[in-house]
Structure formats: structure tokens, C-alpha cells
Write a protein that binds this ligand. Structure first.
Ligand SMILES: [Ca+2]
Length: 399
């Protein structure tokens, strides 16, 4: 019983309803033995790769209580029939790897491809992180040189940043009233680091002090004290997100910090937190929205009525990003194009070459409807626009 083991079960069930001859799915029931006395923020990382395609990687919050044990179902769609793929499962507690398993499977035509993983004795592996299982040994060695830290602190502005691993996702949504989120299309992105929090009032003040940059509100005639008094009405402390920043201001900050604004595709991919086809950063359940987002009104964790919340007051998504829904709208790098999704390049789309408005994402404390909190929701405004509802965060590419 003490031995670690990995059980592979292939079951070839013909489901009949899959008429697409080229793609299929993998179903992955992940069995967790009860882990006595363990607490922490648990995550499941799933990586699927083959010689024919780039790695698809997801980070998923563990829905099974590790103390109780149980089965968590993971489904990976849109895989090529006939491909032999390698699946790697990692379990992390508070960002630290505690257990991993790998298996390969050849995907069958029109079949439900199932790989079952048995995870037990998580703590024994944690105690010896250098230990490797005999079976996946060679493949583990291949991957180690690529390993980047999951979390970093950006020296220039002190931001905590999290690694968003490269991969592919379905961008957009079929939800009513979101014609500009169509067509849903596959996008492939290189990895990047993203600020885990929105840029705060305190960070933006330090930027102005150190750089001498004159914010757009001041250029437009506001006294700087008037600007900060206005900010204070809705973002009362240095820990609240900065507001009344135009796209030009946000871009100037990012440039000063040696970062950049996220592309719209990067923002949506990151907001999804490794989840596939879900409406919000936390999944589909609107009833728990106030655990994750500050929007109009209060309830649950949302104690902020008619103002922003200090950044990081709500639960993070699967990539440890906070406030990707609500609090403040976030500027993206791209020009806005309502029909851009029909002509977007498949890899690292940069947005239209020109336009009148810049993309805004994520909704804000002022939104009454959760539709604005959706990961695929798109808004826009002119690059000089300043508002109590708009802030930003930055990213850095890996090269
Ligand atoms: Ca609120």
C-alpha cells in the first residue's frame, strides 16, 4: 500500500454521437486517496502534448477535498485522432509540486479515450522532490530545462506576477448579446507572466514620482491634487486599483516598468484560468460570483458598494490571478475590432493594425449585470478616456 503506483485504464467505448472523424476527447478521472491533515490551496495541472501539436496546459483548482479524497473529472477536447499524446498530471499545494504522474495514450477514432490516474501518498513525494518515478523518468528529464518559476516579483514596480503557460484555447463565446465575441476560434499563445493584481494607486503614484510622467488628466487641465481627490472617492487607499488612467497612461506605466499591456487574447486566455469553455474565471456558477468579483451591490465577500475593492480581496482564478472579473475594467494593448475574430491570426493575435478605440476587459464595480464579468466579454473606449471604472495590469513575455 505504501508504494506509489500509477494505473492506466484504457476503455474504448463507442459513444456514436461523435461524427467528427478528425478530433476526439480524453476523459481523465483523477482518483485522490484521502490525505489526512492536509490544508492549503490545491491545484491540478494537466499537460497534454504530442509530436504533432504544441502542449495544451491547464491549471484547475482541485474540487475534491484532499482530506476526504474522491474523483475529479477532467476532459480535454479537440485532440487529433491517431495522435499518440503524453499526459502529465501534477498536483500542487500552495504552488508547490507534491505529486505527478505521466502516461501516454494513442487516441482512437470516434471513441471515448479514458486515462485514469490514481494519486495517493502525496506527502511522501513532497518530502523528496528529487525523487522520480521509474516509468516517466526519461520524459521528466526532457521537460526540466523548460521549467520557469510559477510566481515572480517584478523588480521595477514590485508587482507579483504569475506564469501563464503557453497553449491553445477557444477564444470567444456563443452567449446571447455578445455578437462581437463570435466566431469562437482557436488561438495559440506563447507563455507570459502577468501581474496577479491590478496596478494599485500606490504603484501608480510611485511611477509618477520616479518618472516625472504627467498623467493625461493633468495634461487635460486637472490639478494633480484634484486628480488624486477624485481617485480617492472610489479608490480610497494605496491598495485599491488605480483609476482615471487612460490607455496612454497605462501604456506609459507599462513602458516605465519594462512590461506591456496584455493583448486581448492573452487577457482572455489568462482570465479563463485553464478552464475550458466556461463563462467566468471561476466556472459557470453565477451564484458564487461575489466570491470572485466586486460588481454593483454587495453580498458574500463583496463588501464594496459604489467603490473599488482593495486588489486581491476576492478568490483568485486557476492561474492565481485576482480580480479578472469586476473591480475595474482593464485596458488591453489591442485596438478594438468588432469583427476581428473572423480574421484574427491563429497564433499570438496582436489585434487590428489600427482603430479608434482600445480594448477593455473584465467589467467593473459599476456593472449591475454579471454579463460584463464574463471572460469573453469585450468592451472598448478611446485611448484618452479616463474613468472611475477603468484601470489596468501588465504582462511580460518570456523572451
Ligand atoms: Ca460591489
Amino acid at each position: 500500500m505504501k508504494r506509489l503506483f500509477c494505473l492506466l485504464i484504457l476503455s474504448f467505448g463507442l459513444f456514436g454521437c461523435d461524427r467528427d472523424p478528425e478530433t476526439t476527447t480524453i476523459q481523465m478521472p483523477i482518483h485522490l486517496a484521502p490525505q489526512k491533515g492536509l490544508t492549503g490551496d490545491w491545484q491540478l495541472k494537466v499537460r497534454v502534448s504530442s509530436p504533432e501539436m504544441d502542449a495544451v496546459m491547464q491549471t484547475i483548482p482541485l474540487t475534491v477535498d484532499p482530506e476526504q479524497g474522491g474523483v475529479q473529472q477532467v476532459t480535454i477536447p479537440n485532440l487529433l485522432v491517431g495522435d499518440t499524446v503524453k499526459i502529465k498530471i501534477e498536483i500542487l499545494a500552495d504552488g508547490q509540486l507534491v505529486s505527478e504522474r505521466s502516461q501516454s495514450i494513442t487516441l482512437l477514432d470516434s471513441a471515448a479515450n479514458t486515462v485514469s490516474f490514481e494519486m495517493d501518498k502525496l506527502v511522501e513525494e513532497k518530502a523528496d522532490p528529487e525523487s522520480e518515478e521509474p516509468e516517466p523518468k526519461e520524459e521528466e528529464k526532457e521537460e526540466k530545462p523548460k521549467k520557469l518559476p510559477d510566481k515572480i516579483t517584478w523588480q521595477k514596480d514590485g508587482s507579483k506576477m504569475v506564469l501563464i503557460p503557453g497553449g491553445s484555447f477557444q477564444m470567444g463565446d456563443h452567449l446571447d448579446k455578445m455578437a462581437n465575441a463570435l466566431p469562437v476560434h482557436k488561438v495559440k499563445l506563447d507563455g507570459f507572466y502577468m501581474d496577479s493584481h491590478e496596478i494599485t494607486v500606490g504603484q501608480f503614484k510611485r511611477f509618477l514620482k520616479q518618472s516625472g510622467y504627467k498623467p493625461e488628466a493633468v495634461k487635460a487641465g486637472w490639478d494633480i491634487n484634484h486628480l488624486w481627490n477624485e481617485v480617492k472617492n472610489w479608490s480610497p487607499t494605496d491598495e485599491h486599483p488605480v483609476i482615471y488612467v487612460s490607455w496612454n497612461d497605462a501604456t506609459a506605466y507599462a513602458k516605465w516598468a519594462g512590461k506591456r499591456l496584455p493583448t486581448e487574447a492573452e487577457w482572455e486566455y489568462a482570465a479563463r484560468g485553464g478552464r475550458i469553455g466556461k463563462g467566468y474565471p471561476w466556472g459557470d456558477d453565477e451564484k458564487v460570483a461575489r466570491d470572485y468579483a466586486n460588481y454593483q451591490g454587495t453580498g458574500g465577500r463583496d463588501k464594496w458598494d459604489k467603490l473599488t475593492a482593495p486588489v486581491g480581496s476576492f478568490k483568485p482564478n486557476g492561474y492565481s490571478l485576482y480580480d479578472m472579473a469586476g473591480n475595474v475594467w482593464e485596458w488591453c494593448q489591442d485596438w478594438y475590432g468588432s469583427d476581428y475574430y473572423s480574421k484574427s491570426p491563429a497564433k499570438n493575435p496582436p489585434g487590428p493594425g489600427t482603430g479608434k478605440f482600445r480594448v477593455l476587459r473584465g467589467g467593473s464595480w459599476g456593472n449591475s449585470d454579471t454579463i460584463n464579468l464574463r471572460v469573453a466579454g469585450r468592451s472598448n473606449d478611446s485611448p484618452g478616456r479616463r474613468s472611475r471604472y477603468i484601470g489596468f495590469r501588465c504582462v511580460s513575455g518570456l523572451r
